[in-house]
Design a binder for this molecule. Sequence first.
Ligand code: PMP
Length: 314
Amino acid sequence: MEEIYLDKNENPFNIPDAIREKFIAYVREADFNRYPEKGLPSLISSLGKFTGLEADNIIAANGSDELLDILIKRANGDIVFSSPTFEMYSFYAKNYGYRSVDVPLKSDFSLDADEILKHKDAKLIVICSPNNPTGNLIDRESIKKVLDSGITTILDNAYYEFSGENYTDLVKKYHNLIILRTFSKAFSMAGMRVGYGMGSADLMADLKKLQAPFYMNIMSAKLAEIMIENYKLVEDNIKYIVNERERVYSELKDITYKSDANFLMLKKDLFDYMAERGIHIRKLPLVKDRSRITIGTREENDRVVSAIKDYMEE
Ligand code: PMP
């Protein structure tokens, strides 16, 4: 029985062959003895065009984790977020000795904006949309309500490409907002560590001062650029994954929550049950009786559906 790994919300597909060929051609000629160009202007400019923003509204980083690290360190005070959510927010807060203030999502996983706004001393608010691990988008009006507080707010948009909801228009209106995205999911580049942020020119300039001048290696930067140039191929994979997500959801409606990302949260902790069947999913130690499963290839998803249906019949 082949083991399958559906535990880290990775893309089941490696980078497309045509892109790999272009990347290899680059690697053959690359000047590895030289530092990257300071600030990676070529990558920043290509991200600017890709997102429809100006280059000074963009910051790139060694995975979006690097930006979370910088932003949380810089906050120097209480960090507000809404559980259940991505564990790295409290991880970095703890690393720097700051207080994590948890304002849990409501029972339908919507944001409790009014409760968040009661924490007037917060130095940073983190909203994750689509949220990991619940999979739902956070409603735009409640995000705006939080942004109106003027407190620096991260909108972690790591699963953007699977959701169809674009928040970049908010960047022009709110100087306290930074939207984080990643090449680790839709772009199949988790191993290369590329993320980026979008926000006001002032906030981006501020963050760049806290970042090392050579923050990313030339290969990761180049591959990200080639991916952007060939976005059509990326889109094909996104469509496949979204179709599969809807298919798996419709098969397992009774035991999963609906999702706008590349994973589904299960209404049961099936970690051990699935592991016994060679299917590795994510245990959610902080969320009782739930687990999370990444959407894989059609064949992998078939195995998932059949294992979970067996479970439900038992
Ligand atoms: N934010 C969320 C919500 C995530 O789920 C992840 C990855 N699991 C990240 C950020 C980190 O992404 P990266 O690989 O770019 O560091």
